[in-house]
Design a protein around this ligand. Sequence first.
Ligand SMILES: NC(=O)c1ccc[n+]([C@@H]2O[C@H](COP(=O)([O-])OP(=O)(O)OC[C@H]3O[C@@H](n4cnc5c(N)ncnc54)[C@H](OP(=O)(O)O)[C@@H]3O)[C@@H](O)[C@H]2O)c1
Length: 413
Amino acid sequence: MIVRGQRSVWLRSWGAWQRGLRQQQQLQLTPPGSLVRACLGGPPTRPIVDMSYSRHFLDFQGSSIPISMKKLVVTKLNSNFREAVSLRHDAPVPLPGDGDLLVRNRFVGINASDINYSAGRYDALAKPPFDVGFEGIGEVVALGLSASEKYAVGQSVAYLKAGAFAEYTVVPAKEAIPLPSMKPEFLSLLISGTTAYISLKELGELSEGKTILVTAAAGGTGQFAVQLSKKAKCHVIGTCSSDEKCSFLKSIGCDRPINYKTENVAAVLQKEYPKGVDVVYESVGGEMFDLAIKSLAIRGRLIIIGFISGYQTRIGLPASHTEMLPAKLLKKSASIRGFFLNHYYSEYQMAMKHLVEMCEMREIVCEVDFGDLSLESKFTGLESVFRAIDYMYMGKNIGKIVVELPHSVNSKL
Ligand SMILES: NC(=O)c1ccc[n+]([C@@H]2O[C@H](COP(=O)([O-])OP(=O)(O)OC[C@H]3O[C@@H](n4cnc5c(N)ncnc54)[C@H](OP(=O)(O)O)[C@@H]3O)[C@@H](O)[C@H]2O)c1
């Protein structure tokens, strides 16, 4: 029986058959012509279907999985997310392979680099259409046989993978992160938390009594840089754009929040920190980068986390006065190191495990921002991703921006 709008047993078998065809293609067991005939409607020639897999695949434990779903797709390379990305309403729900999980996304994270990705800056060869969104958490609703060794339907998982701005995402089981429960706070750890944790551990050389300057300190990753530096017994200065953010920063232990809209950051640093700062966690770029370099102490180090002030420009880079940089660094035996999370996968699992534990034990605050105070409404549904990105670039967010995806399909999960 084919149930309108829902996957039926027939469709699941079709999925297994389609998978069989894919396997044939990969193994090149079937001449391409017969595959084409099969796809054009003739009876499948000799689909290779692993019956154990197929049996397992039939076990959805009552979850209702639709045939099609909504997802965001980059259709034109552009750093203006609204120009670059379209909402598709009828994308096929992807089928998990043998080692995969099908995850129904519950919360997806907004990142400053979503607009770098939509502009094709992550991959010079990227050609639209392609999927977008870096991270999500959700429930496993179906899975392949090998994946079932470690996972089961109903389990909460997190993942990092392009294509999170969708109702469902296929995630290789070996890349998924099992979660103790479905809390949006965990989403704030996936990219934002781990970036602060790993970069400060590997490059920060933090120790008691050091002074650290965190820029965009009240944002997704800044909040963790502040708290982890306090845990390392450092003195923390944090820049942000409002008094409300300053109050938040104080509440998470920041010693000297600076609202750069009402205070001159360079003057504050010069006056209150005449010896300079030992470490900078820098993610704004442009003028903020220049003044951070100027404020470095002898043997100080600046970690480049990002340069958000330039992402909306055509080339994605802010203007900066770097001509004198070698001389400025030499004069202070100072250094600059870049950090990109993708290059630190070997540290990732351990960092995530520790952060989840700290979050569970309430040893760190994982502030999430659903846009409750935005002019329109809370960030709910994929349609609201566009608003959520605007909200970040208006500098409104406190903590990690999260979009909730309500479940439109009845489920027994
Ligand atoms: N290297 C990595 O692997 C990695 C990983 C994650 C994030 N990052 C970087 O970390 C930074 C923060 O990212 P996030 O996703 O956590 O965002 P976020 O900090 O949650 O939000 C961005 C914040 O930056 C400030 N801002 C927004 N637009 C700005 C503009 N045009 N000029 C100057 N400041 C602006 C605002 O805070 P204010 O109140 O301070 O204005 C805003 O709240 C970005 O540079 C991002 O690329 C890097």
